[in-house]
Design a protein around this ligand. Structure first.
Ligand code: PEP
Ligand code: MG
Length: 838
């Protein structure tokens, strides 16, 4: 007799009855949700954990069979549209080692032939049947294993196996295999539960730290029988996992059972799905909105009817897919814009904006350095700037490999497709220039040995010659031998939408560090709100380098004056172009900060003996702490006035074209308020002169960089003179830790990170404790004397998402970063606001 306490729960009715995975098992719970969403699922009935044992009772099994036939409107094994049953086990928690699913319940010697006629193939049906009979023989009818083995000995066809198994069960089992589907179901349930409760099953659970007596829910599903061409198994995702395009993507295996899914072979595209993909498309779209994730499903088609077998969120969708999903969900109103913004990590933006390697795992690594400028490129190894320029002029892709770069190498750096240096860190010259120009770069690849005489580069036993091809991954810092496939950057249109939403949320303004028209234009296209740092020394690169060298090394007053004039003319020309590019936006022009080791000529580059003598005299042991920034301007008191005059004159000229850039003149490497006062006086004096000459009083602000600990601690005194302060966190980090920014990253910091002393390079991720404390003090002190003073950050940290989250709470007005990082900064600044509001 059926028991009153036995629960039979058709898929979709569990939650209403207050049941969850504990009772329904993981699978039953999932099916329940899918039905609740109105999605096509295989018709099924769950016998919950607490009742599963009851299914071994043929009377209960009869109830299930009757209910199923009523639900589906088909009869088991009979009529023109027959069905069979499948028994599926599931545990209350995800567990491996579940007993197998049992398909083909209801097959009998009487109905097999007519079902085969309907399917159109016989092999599959007999294979399925044989697997059911074997399970029943072993675990429900207690056929002795030896007898089973003997019976199957030498039987090769599935049909023969069925015959042998039916025979051995009748002869040696505790009874024959019944024809009645309910009795078959009860036996199969007994077999599955016996396997689950066997000592082996218990051991398997304990090894997964699950209780040995964990329960098992059983699910009975209807399998529609029809022509094999209209049946099969498939998998699909709601979007192309790579591009994120919204359309079912996956494969379909026609005429294949779930238990026989081929491990090789690609199946057919979904476009070949009998009956089309409309239902699948709608199903996946609904699932996406429900899961708020890219959805993936396995489904079966039985007699042309599509049913989901499982559904889940796709693990690790590509950045493009994640971004397009977030924007689509927010546009449809499923999530709000803030949730969309939160769901996209700023680092993802970087991946979308740069070319990426398609790694297969077979690549041969030549060397590993610091990921200095993102993107990927391959080209011929060149060991000199000259060679890089020659080849690039002929359109040949090149990778410039050098121990380090100096301003003289900039034209080659810009012409090369990628740059690799063996020394220097993330704030080194090569890294800064490469990031500015969007060139992939790996710096500090210290295992590389460059032999300029032989024209080779080697690391360990691997050697490449000048002219060999290498591939550079600026995102990971890897340099590979030969050609690696590269996927070009193709940021999807949804990126602009998301960034526009970020702009509505963020408080921090985002500017760019740009020295040229090209960089400025690129940054503005990416959403920069002006220039936060134009390093004027970067305008004296390549052909212009001799101009600044002659100024630094002038022997007498005539040479000095000539050099100054040339410098002023060059600047006026460059500034006009830059101001036109920036338009009416703010532009912070930093007066010269030329570390001598980067600008003085080296052996073989001197113009004459006297220049060589002077260069040797001026050489410093610690150039980053030497005659740099404002210090040089105080020793050469015509330098900053000349630059100011060039800038303001350029402004006067472009203003005639109707362009009014908001000028901000910035003094670098200040430690003493007195240095700042003198430099500002020089600027004002030059402005007076321009007014005298042109009749125009050019509007400008003047401010100071805060790059030394002393400047940070005396920010109130600096603020008395300055209209704005900008934190140069590259130097501030260098000087706070006493870590040389050019030297420590490749070896020292890697070792520190390996030992757990640091979690990341402080040149990459802003140090919230030490450097952060100095910035906080400076902000507080500066605002104590000038509450409205404009405060920004123009060190590399201004484009790093983690750093921006740490900088934002300090109360700054803007960050400024290299052009390619502007979108990252826009999104990170929005995240900073969203995080605060949590
Ligand atoms: C800095 O020190 O953070 C800065 C922006 O200046 P530079 O990198 O040119 O020294
Ligand atoms: Mg600096």
């Amino acid at each position: 007799m059926p028991r009153a306490s036995t629960q039979l729960v058709p898929y979709g009715q569990g939650r209403v009855r207050g049941l969850g995975p504990t009772e329904l098992g993981v699978h039953g719970d999932q099916m329940d949700r899918l039905v609740a969403l109105g999605l096509p699922t295989v018709p099924g009935i769950t016998i919950p954990v607490q009742s599963a044992r009851d299914l071994t009772d043929p009377a209960v099994a009869r109830q299930v069979v009757d209910l199923m036939e009523e639900l589906v409107g088909r009869r088991i094994g009979e009529g023109d549209s027959p069905m069979l049953l499948r028994l599926v086990p599931s545990a209350p928690v995800a567990a491996s080692g579940l007993p197998p699913q049992v398909p083909g319940i209801g097959l009998t010697p009487t109905n097999a032939k007519s079902l085969i006629d309907l399917i159109g193939r016989e092999g599959d049906l007999y294979e399925t049947w044989a697997s059911v009979l074997k399970l029943v023989a072993e675990d429900a009818l207690d056929v002795p294993p030896d007898a089973l083995e003997d019976a199957l000995e030498g039987v090769t066809t599935p049909e023969g196996q069925v015959e042998a198994l039916l025979g051995i069960c009748a002869a040696q089992g505790s009874g024959p295999v019944p024809e009645d589907p309910a009795e078959q179901l009860a036996l199969c349930a007994a077999a599955l539960l016996a396997r689950w409760r066997s000592p082996r099953g218990r051991r398997a659970r304990r090894s997964q730290k699950l209780p040995g007596d964990l329960g098992l829910a059983l699910h009975v599903q209807a399998v529609h029988i029809g022509p094999w061409e209209r049946s099969g198994i498939g998998t699909a995702a709601s979007r192309d996992p790579e591009t994120g395009a919204l359309a079912p993507t996956g494969t379909f295996h026609r005429g294949v059972r779930r238990s026989a899914l081929p491990t090789t072979g690609s199946g057919e595209p979904l476009s070949a799905l009998p009956g089309g993909t409309d239902l699948l498309k709608h199903t996946l779209a609904t699932l996406e909105h429900h899961l708020r994730d890219v959805a993936q499903v396995t489904f079966e088609l039985r007699d042309g009817k599509l049913s989901l077998l499982s559904a889940s969120a796709l693990e690790r969708p590509s950045p493009r897919a994640a971004l397009r999903l977030a924007v689509d969900l927010a546009t449809a109103g499923t999530i709000d814009r803030q949730a969309a913004l939160r769901s996209v990590r700023p680092q993802v933006v970087q991946e979308l904006l740069h070319a990426q390697l398609r790694l297969t795992g077979d690549e041969q690594l030549l060397a590993q350095g610091l990921a200095a400028s993102p993107g990927a490129a391959r080209g011929l190894v060149v060991l000199s700037s000259q060679r890089a320029l020659e080849l690039a002029a002929g359109g040949v892709p090149t990778v410039l490999v050098s121990s380090e770069t100096t301003p003289g190498d900039v034209p080659a750096l810009l012409a090369a497709d990628a740059v690799v240096t063996t020394s220097g860190g993330l704030a080194s010259h090569a890294a800064v220039v490469a990031r500015g120009s969007g060139t992939p770069a790996v710096c500090g690849a210290s295992e590389l040995r460059i032999d300029l005489v032989r024209g080779t580069v080697s690391a360990g036993s691997r050697t490449v010659r000048e002219g060999d091809t290498v591939t550079v991954d600026g995102r990971s810092g890897a340099v590979y031998l030969g050609e690696v496939d590269i996927r070009p950057a193709e940021p999807p249109a949804e990126l602009d939408t998301l960034l526009a939403w970020a702009d509505d949320v963020r408080v921090l303004r985002v500017r760019t560090n740009a020295d040229t028209v090209r960089e400025t234009a690129a940054a503005l296209r990416l959403g920069a709100e002006g220039i936060g740092l134009c390093r004027t020394e970067h305008q004296f690169l390549g052909d212009r380098l001799p101009v600044v060298r002659r100024y630094l090394l002038a022997q007498d007053e005539t040479a000095h004056q000539e050099a100054l004039e040339a410098l002023t003319d060059a600047q006026c020309e460059d500034f006009q172009a830059l101001l036109r590019a920036v338009g009416d936006l703010p532009v912070t022009v930093r007066l010269l900060d030329a570390p001598l080791h980067e600008f003085l000529p080296h052996d073989g580059m001197y113009e004459d003996d006297s220049q060589q003598r002077r260069a040797v005299e001026m050489r410093e042991v610690n150039p980053m702490l030497g005659l740099r920034g404002v210090r040089l301007a105080l020793l050469n008191d015509d330098l900053y006035p000349a630059q100011t005059q060039a800038l303001l004159s350029a402004w006067v000229m472009v203003s005639k074209e109707g362009i009014s850039p908001q000028l901000e003149i910035m003094i670098p490497l200040v430690s003493l308020p007195e240095e700042l006062a003198v430099a500002i006086a020089q600027v004002h004096h030059a402005a007076d002169k321009v007014e005298e000459q042109t009749g125009v009083r050019v509007p400008y602000l003047v401010g100071s960089m805060v790059e030394t600990p002393r400047a940070a601690l005396m920010a109130d005194r600096l603020a008395e003179h300055a209209d704005f302060l900008s934190f140069g966190t590259n130097d501030l980090t260098q000087m706070t830790y006493g870590f040389s920014r050019d030297d420590v990253e490749a070896r020292l910091l890697t070792g520190y990170i390996e030992r757990g002393l640091l979690s990341a390079s402080p040149f990459v991720e802003f140090d919230p404790d030490g450097v952060g404390a100095l910035v906080a003090i400076a902000v507080q002190k500066a605002r104590s004397v000038k509450p409205g003073i404009k405060l920004g950050v123009c060190g590399e940290h201004g484009g790093d998402a983690t750093s921006i989250l740490r900088l934002a709470p300090l109360g700054l007005d803007y960050v400024s970063c290299s052009p390619q990082r502007v979108p990252i900064a826009r999104l990170a600044a929005a995240h900073a606001v969203l995080e605060e509001s949590l």
